[in-house]
Unconditional design. Structure first.
Length: 141
């Protein structure tokens, strides 16, 4: 799985796990869409399949904030790709970030890790939003 795929799975999977724990029903996948329908726009809910509706409503900021609170470390995941990856228990080494940069088509100089890191954070947040995550504008810019 790609590094971005692991980031997305960690966030979207945490949201699904949170929904499952909220519902006491033995079929959390079937129970999750009604909980999401209240917040979802009517057209998206009407056309979405049972598994697509929760993904369209993943509150990325909320998931990450909850993970950070449970982690007990001071991680600046809102601005730092390194801290974001640490929060998700992913390899945040320079080599892993260079691989992520390559995956996301970074055209800058990967030896300028500060610029690359800023670009990576913005790109990851934008891609999470494009993948159905609810990401505030200030995290994408």
């Amino acid at each position: 799985m790609s590094i971005f795929g692991r980031i997305k799975s960690a966030i979207f999977g945490s949201a699904a796990a949170k929904e499952s724990s909220k519902e006491s029903s033995p079929t959390p996948a079937a129970a999750a869409p009604p909980a999401q329908e209240a917040a979802a726009p009517a057209p998206a809910t009407a056309s979405a399949a049972g598994t697509a509706a929760p993904m369209a409503q993943v509150d990325v900021e909320g998931v990450l904030t909850n993970l950070a609170a449970r982690k007990g470390q001071q991680l600046d995941w809102r601005k730092s790709i390194v801290d974001l990856m640490k929060l998700l228990d992913l390899d945040s080494s320079l080599a892993a970030r260079k691989e992520l940069a390559n995956e996301l088509n970074y055209t800058g100089d990967t030896s300028d890790s500060a610029s690359m890191n800023v670009w990576l954070h913005k790109k990851v947040m934008s891609k999470l939003a494009a993948s159905g995550g609810k990401v505030p504008d200030d995290l994408r810019t």
